[in-house]
Design a protein around this ligand. Sequence first.
Ligand SMILES: C[S@@+](CC[C@H](N)C(=O)[O-])C[C@H]1O[C@@H](n2cnc3c(N)ncnc32)[C@H](O)[C@@H]1O
Length: 232
Amino acid sequence: MKMNQRTWNTTELSMNTIMPTQLMVAMNLSCQMYTYRGVPLIKNPFDFALYHLLLWNLKPRTILEIGSFSGGSAAWMGDLLNTYGIDGHVYSVDLNPVTWIQHPRVTFLGGNAQQLEATFHDAGLRSLPRPWLVIDDADHSYASTAAIMKFFHPYLDAGDYLLVEDGLSHGGVVKAIQEFWVQHQTDYEIDSDYCDFYGYNMTCLVNGFLRKLTPAAYGQSQSAPNSQAFVL
Ligand SMILES: C[S@@+](CC[C@H](N)C(=O)[O-])C[C@H]1O[C@@H](n2cnc3c(N)ncnc32)[C@H](O)[C@@H]1O
């Protein structure tokens, strides 16, 4: 669905409508308290379920998560890859890289959302198997959101997904998506199958499930399939 066909609220079944404020506050607090295999994982129940659906449907070979926090979401997605029989790998980046979790399908990296070229080598990134699922779950500022979208755009191929977390509560995220959309109107669609699964934009990823429609737009340099993907 085109961005200009969508509003930014959650009108039909907004979280505020179906839940009293106290319950909303409790749920937000609960999300901060939730753990997966004993490790904090910050997702509300709706998005937790939507990620399950998306991983099964997309079967990503590469997941690039910006914003690891405690590593719970990366470890959970690594487990889901195993559960679903997907031969994929999660690369999770944070200013404070996770060192306390080892998972065969997860690599934790240090890096800054606003300087991702310092974390990912161009040729190595291009060699990662498709389809990709890129997740922006960093600081939810305008600057970081815009930088992440801009960085990954040329690498994303048709069918890959770019998920932008937390437009529900961060105006900077909404502004960044809107600006990105103006620049790339024909390159992406908003996948309403996920955004609206539980009701219109009933997700923290308000208009934030973007599916790439056009091929990756690499420069002329050739990829080096076996090169090191990351600056370590
Ligand atoms: C919302 S938490 C990530 C939650 C995690 N993905 C989950 O679902 O449990 C945001 C994380 O982004 C990291 N972060 C903040 N600004 C960043 C930046 N500029 N670059 C990389 N990571 C950043 C923080 O250190 C924090 O761990």
